[in-house]
Design a protein around this ligand. Structure first.
Ligand code: PLP
Length: 411
């Protein structure tokens, strides 16, 4: 779909929050890697569910329950088609990326990780792709190995290949770094792990909102992502897993919906995907997630990624005009995230001043403390662009950064 500048203004109007004023100024929202804004279609869909369809799923023969179940399951089909999963039941609903990783760490870990086994992650993982593996390694006396990164924030692939061995049972890697924007060579990572017989989890939190992912082409064993970063509500996400593996994994949580029969002697479990969806789920969230996917389908990944690339290039060029600018994360392949430091100004101070100008950026370690340690910095200022951002907004941020500098007496 060809969209003009005029169209982007129209699309922006679909996002109520983008019309907000902050401290009397038009909001400039550059914290999209933390969470995206929501279009009216998603908000309306959630309202519609509560106003007209509210009911529990899978349990009722009555009209409302069936309507809610149909809408809830419709999202699964939309996700299946979006990531090109072979089977609908390979799509498991979760609370988000974090829960997806914890589910795999518990369930896959319980069954397949034993003493002395090795799990590989990288230096640029979000805490949610570090801590569950540390906990698992402690429980099972397994060993956690970490792929280092170079000064540009790229994985040292030769080191990765050296870390791999027949002892490697799982490789869990972020597709796109939330704090540096680095896009990792996941195809190569997956193929090399596969040769060693290891399973692979891809943390897709920062890629699925921006770029199309085909799990049959890429062939990870697991892919996890969050709804709230892709125009959908918080509290809902997806774990994709290969049927063969999911079938071998024990349940993560016990409760309603995940059982086949329950008796005090022996309980049997439901089929996929329900085996991993215990209890009343986030029905409104899942239905809202479906509306988020429909929104992405309407705009198109091509348009989204082309626009974001344009914003990244423009932002990088403009940022580099600022004296004292140090961009952290200069990988060859990058998503629309610019993390930076400005002279010796503390990120928190810069963020607070920018907020007064109506500009929302994130400051701090971005849940990647080991990576910050690697760069010997306390944190960064991070501007993360979504397709609905504009070059004019980037100009406002650049002006804002000049203002920050002058307030700190920097030339
Ligand atoms: N992984 C990455 C790369 C992320 O950026 C995030 C969130 O910022 C997460 C995992 C955790 O996602 P959530 O908090 O939605 O579970």
């Amino acid at each position: 779909m060809e969209l003009t500048q005029l169209d982007i203004n129209k699309i922006r109007q679909e996002f109520p929050t983008l019309g907000e004023k902050v401290h009397g100024k038009d909001i400039v929202y550059f914290d999209n890697a933390a969470t995206s804004q929501k279009p009216q279609s998603v908000i309306d869909r959630i309202n519609h569910y509560y106003e007209h369809e509210n009911s529990n799923v899978h349990r009722g023969v009555h009209f409302l329950s069936q309507t809610a179940t149909n809408a809830y399951e419709h999202t699964r089909k939309l996700i299946q088609s979006m990531i090109n999963a072979k089977h609908e039941h390979e799509v498991i609903y979760t609370k988000g990326t974090t829960e997806g990783i914890n589910l795999v760490a518990h369930s896959f870990g319980e069954k397949f990780i034993h003493e002395g086994d090795e799990i590989i992650i990288s230096y640029m993982e979000h805490h949610s792709n570090i801590v569950p593996w540390q906990l698992l390694a402690e429980r099972k006396k397994a060993i956690l190995k970490v792929i280092p990164v170079n000064d540009k924030g790229e994985l040292l692939m030769e080191e990765y290949h050296k870390l791999l061995s027949p002892k490697t049972k799982l490789v869990s890697i972020v597709h796109t770094s939330n704090s540096l924007g680095t896009i990792n060579p996941v195809k190569e990572i997956i193929e090399a792990a596969r040769k060693q017989g290891a399973a692979i989890l891809i943390d897709g939190a920062q890629v699925v909102p921006h770029q199309s992912i085909d799990v049959q082409e890429l062939e990870p064993d697991f892919l996890v992502f969050s709804g709230h970063k892709m125009f959908a509500p918080t509290g809902v996400g997806v774990l994709y897993g290969k049927e063969e593996l999911l079938n071998q994994m024990p349940p993560y949580m016990g409760g309603g919906d995940m059982i086949d029969t329950v008796s005090f002697e022996k309980t049997t479990f439901n089929d996929l995907p329900h085996k991993f969806e215990a209890g009343t789920p986030n029905i409104a969230g899942v239905i809202g997630l479906g509306a988020g996917v429909e929104f992405i389908n309407r705009i198109g990944y091509d348009y989204i990624s082309n626009r974001e690339k344009e914003l990244l290039d423009y932002g990088t060029e403009r940022f580099n005009e600022i004296k004292g600018m140090r961009i952290i994360g200069t990988a060859e392949k990058k998503a629309s995230v610019i993390s930076f430091l400005l002279d010796d100004i503390h990120p928190y101070d810069a963020g607070t001043i920018l907020d007064q100008l109506g500009i929302a950026v994130r400051t701090g370690h971005h849940c990647t403390q080991p990576l910050m340690k690697r760069f010997e910095i306390p944190g960064t200022i991070r501007a993360s662009f979504a397709f609905y951002n504009t070059k004019e907004e980037i100009d406002k941020l650049v002006d804002g950064l000049q203002r920050v500098k002058s307030m700190f007496g920097k030339k």
